[in-house]
Ligand binder design. Structure first.
Ligand SMILES: [Zn+2]
Length: 230
């Protein structure tokens, strides 16, 4: 009888893949088998003490305790679709879903054992208002559910919009980005925080947030977790 209701429910409310929106079979959960197999996992958690490409990206820029990115961002593949849907297609549950996956992975990593808080990179308030949610916060939410830790959305505040940054050099860009984040004294209560973002490209946003955090709390350990790395 319960199965009959489940089947009826499936007919009336079909479960759709959160990435491609094709109908899921009963054995599939959230993500269809095609999208799942189309993802390239980084396996950074198997690097042990070897530096990952994300570690190397920050060398000479900012000292980080640990980094983890879940998948490689690849054009015309599921990862691109997932990031697009998460950002622009009102799919906050995509972030939470991958957050729980990420949480389960970093729970096995020694470097992520003593974390005080997971802090999503804030969106500008105007953008968050238009989108209805901050995709990085959704990822952090899933992580915190999986590892049973605290999410902090009040320590970092994004202030004003800055002019478009695409035509500037990296040095100029850094100065420009750095003005956008205000750090609360709350950061003085922490020894180790993890910054959470949807995707790493140049790393300049992470870098400027980390610099701003250290200005307030010079001995703070900072780690970085993202859903994807470009
Ligand atoms: Zn799919």
């Amino acid at each position: 009888m319960i199965q009959l209701f489940a089947d009826l429910g499936h007919l009336i409310f079909p479960n759709l893949c959160i990435a491609c929106e094709n109908e899921l079979s009963r054995s599939e959960k959230h993500l269809c088998a095609f999208c799942e197999s189309d993802l390239t996992y980084t396996n950074f958690h198997h690097f042990d003490n070897e530096a990952t490409p994300v570690d190397k990206l920050f060398w000479g820029r900012i000292a980080l305790t640990a980094t983890y990115s879940h998948v490689f961002f690849e054009k015309n593949k599921a990862s691109q679709n997932i990031l697009f849907n998460l950002k622009y297609k009102n799919k906050p549950q995509l972030g939470v879903y991958f957050g729980t996956k990420i949480g389960a992975t970093i729970a096995q990593m020694d470097k992520f054992q003593n974390v005080d808080a997971f802090i999503p990179i804030p969106l500008h308030p105007k953008k968050a208002f238009i989108r209805g949610y901050n995709q990085s916060e959704m990822i952090a939410k899933g992580i915190c559910e999986a590892v049973n830790k605290k999410m902090d959305t009040s320590t970092i505040r994004r202030t004003h919009h800055t002019e478009t940054q695409t035509k500037k050099s990296r040095f100029q860009r850094w100065d420009n980005v750095n003005e956008k984040f205000k750090i609360s004294d709350k950061v003085l209560n922490y020894n180790h925080v993890v910054l959470v973002d949807d995707v790493i490209t140049t790393g300049s946003t992470i870098e400027s947030v980390a610099v701003a955090l250290r200005k307030k709390n010079p001995s703070l350990s900072i780690s970085v977790v993202t859903l994807a790395v470009a």
